[in-house]
Design a protein around this ligand. Structure first.
Ligand SMILES: Nc1ncnc2c1ncn2[C@@H]1O[C@H](COP(=O)(O)OP(=O)(O)OP(=O)(O)O)[C@@H](O)[C@H]1O
Ligand SMILES: CC(C)(CO)[C@@H](O)C(=O)NCCC(=O)O
Length: 565
């Protein structure tokens, strides 16, 4: 039974139900990215004017549901679904010019805001109860607008293994993502996380009770003017049958519908979708979809990609590598000059974060000398895939590592007993990894000057847990352990990213994947590491919809791309 009509609780329940089904009940198209840990869902809700008239991609009508995606490792993929073949820069410019007129804007719908406001405070309480960590709220509210390490101004290091960012320079709460067209960017992040706590019940009985806790997040919708809205959801992959129950209960997907799906789960669960919900999955390769989604976000959602303005935070704490000039002059002078345009020192992150150079290059492709390509994509999901991207449809998986997001979450869970990713991130933000990690200073008693390794460089992750000759007692709290896990995984990814970036000769590294969700510590570490090791030549770029690019790509794969131009 639902709440009494007219009561305040009824109003809230209606809002929550709207939120639960937001974008789904009117969805004309669905894209799924069924990963090892999380299933990302994108619903496309067309505007009334175009409802029912979304053109499908040709192969959507000739779907082969058992089509294998192209292999990933070590293969070069050249415009497999592109009539143009390998995309030259001039071809790219022509297409981009045509697309810029359809620049998208984003907004937060009232229901999202409503839920985020009420539920984020719920979760704040939960975290405080659970951890007693002041500052948890800062972190759990996500990457945008909250540091989570405010007040801890430990040193950065000169090595690739950044110990901790220091003096990011902004007053608490002043850090903001790139300028947004509408208020509510932070509400979006809050709502993502808050929905883990703020579960939705519709009280109408049936299958919804089984799936009331399904959605974990709702990223900010992306509005395509005159076309419709993309809505974003996530759930844990192990709950795929609950998702199917939801689709059945609310007829979200008609039984004969074929929907675009990617990620390993598109293969693994294909029969489950078919048997339990009559849904056929049109399987698409996960890396192809990832790049398709990134390409879409970078080109169309102007403020979805962003980078940190490192100069604003350097504060002299980072030591340059040996023999490196203070400012490199290798032809990347433009980037450096742009840095100078930003305030240094204690500037707010509103000024410290800016829209990404990829987006700016996309916007400036007409007549621009410089192409956005090549760039590197480092997708930090359960594991990590690293791709060199040379064009819209030209890419190669150049590497990867099994030390990824699930390594972090698994280790922190095992070491501290924490239950959720958000809790793990919040713990880590409040920890002191120097109680766990062995530093160069622990070994040398100071800097290893000859090799340019500062005393604060992590010499050995978790190295202090072994203290030969000691009493075996290590003064490491759960938060310290969580922080050491976060640094270990992030620094390792950063180190690999830099090696591949140098080998590939790229200037930009785009980091994606849900590991970065609300994970400001990791994003800052990666930004500093990229800046430091490249002597300022390379930039780390991030996405607001950090984990949803693959699902966007899966959705777009079933539609005529011209519809979105
Ligand atoms: N609410 C959450 N629950 C669990 N993990 C989360 C959550 N939010 C962020 N994460 C992080 O995101 C990671 C999963 O990222 P992502 O969804 O991009 O990968 P995936 O698609 O599941 O994995 P893969 O691509 O390797 O198959 C987790 O390992 C964890 O570190
Ligand atoms: C297996 C995938 C591609 C699944 O998304 C991903 O988890 C990954 O890239 N893992 C790392 C595998 C490696 O060691 O290269």
């Amino acid at each position: 039974m639902g709440p009494d009509p007219g009561s305040a609780s009824c109003h809230v329940a209606e809002l929550r139900q709207t939120y639960l089904l937001e974008g789904a009940s009117n969805a004309a198209s669905v894209g799924l990215d069924i990963g090892g840990t999380l299933c990302k869902v994108v619903f496309f809700e067309p505007d009334n004017a175009v409802n029912g008239s979304i053109p499908s991609a040709q192969y959507d009508r000739e779907v082969e549901v058992d089509t294998e995606g192209p292999g990933v490792s070590g293969r070069r993929n050249e415009c497999q679904d592109s009539p143009e073949g390998i995309c030259g820069v001039s071809e790219l410019r022509g297409r981009v010019n045509g697309q810029r007129g359809a620049a998208l804007r984003t907004l937060v719908e009232e229901t999202n805001l409503e839920n985020s406001r009420s539920s984020s405070s719920d979760h704040s309480r939960q975290l405080e109860d659970g951890n007693g960590k002041p500052g948890s709220e800062n972190v759990q509210n996500g990457a945008e607008g909250h540091d989570g390490v405010a007040g801890t101004s430990r040193q950065e290091t000169s090595g690739g293994n950044i110990l901790e960012e220091s003096k990011w320079g902004s007053p608490e709460g002043s850090e903001q993502p790139p300028p947004r067209k509408r208020d509510g960017g932070n509400g979006d992040r809050a709502s993502e996380d808050s929905s883990e706590k703020d579960r939705c019940r519709d009280g109408s009985g049936g299958g919804v009770d089984d799936v009331e806790n399904l959605w974990m997040s709702s990223h900010e919708p992306i509005v395509l003017p005159g076309k419709g809205t993309l809505h974003f959801k996530r759930f844990e992959t192990w709950r795929v049958e609950d998702f199917l129950a939801l689709t059945r209960t609310h007829s979200l997907v008609s039984r004969d519908k074929v929907i675009g799906a990617t990620g390993g789960g598109a293969k693994k669960f294909a029969h489950v979708f078919h048997e339990q919900a009559g849904i056929q999955l049109r399987k698409e390769d996960e890396l192809k979809c990832l790049l398709k989604g990134i390409d879409f976000l970078v080109r169309h959602a102007e403020d979805d990609s962003f980078e940190y303005e490192i100069d604003a935070y350097r504060g002299g704490a980072i030591q340059r590598p040996l023999h490196s000039p203070e400012h490199s002059d290798d032809g990347s002078g433009d980037d450096r000059r742009q840095h100078k345009a930003f305030p240094s020192g204690k500037g707010s992150l509103a000024r410290g974060i800016r829209s990404s150079s990829l987006t700016r290059l996309g916007a400036a492709l007409e007549g621009a000398e410089e192409s956005a390509y090549p760039y590197l994509v480092v997708n930090i999901g359960s594991g990590v895939s690293i791709l060199r991207v040379d064009g819209r449809h030209v890419y190669e998986r150049v590497g990867g590592t099994s030390l990824g997001g699930s390594t972090f979450l698994g280790l922190v869970s095992a070491l501290t007993g924490c239950k959720t990713f958000r809790e793990a991130i919040a713990m880590a933000a409040g920890g002191d990894s120097t109680n766990v990690d062995m530093l160069v200073g622990d070994i040398y008693g100071g800097d290893y000057t000859e090799m340019g390794l500062a005393a604060t460089v992590v010499a050995s992750s978790f190295g202090k847990l072994v203290q030969p000759g000691g009493d075996g007692k290590v003064a490491a709290s759960p938060a310290d352990l969580a922080k050491a896990c976060l640094l270990m995984v992030t620094n390792n990814v950063g180190s690999l990213a830099m090696l591949h970036a140098k080998a590939a000769g790229v200037k930009r590294i785009l980091f994606a994947g849900s590991f970065l969700h609300g994970n400001k510590v990791a994003m800052k570490l990666l930004s500093v590491a990229v800046e430091f090791w490249s002597k300022g030549v390379m930039k780390a770029v991030f996405l607001r919809h950090e984990g949803h690019a693959g699902a966007i790509g899966a959705l777009l794969s079933g539609l005529d791309e011209a519809f979105f131009l």
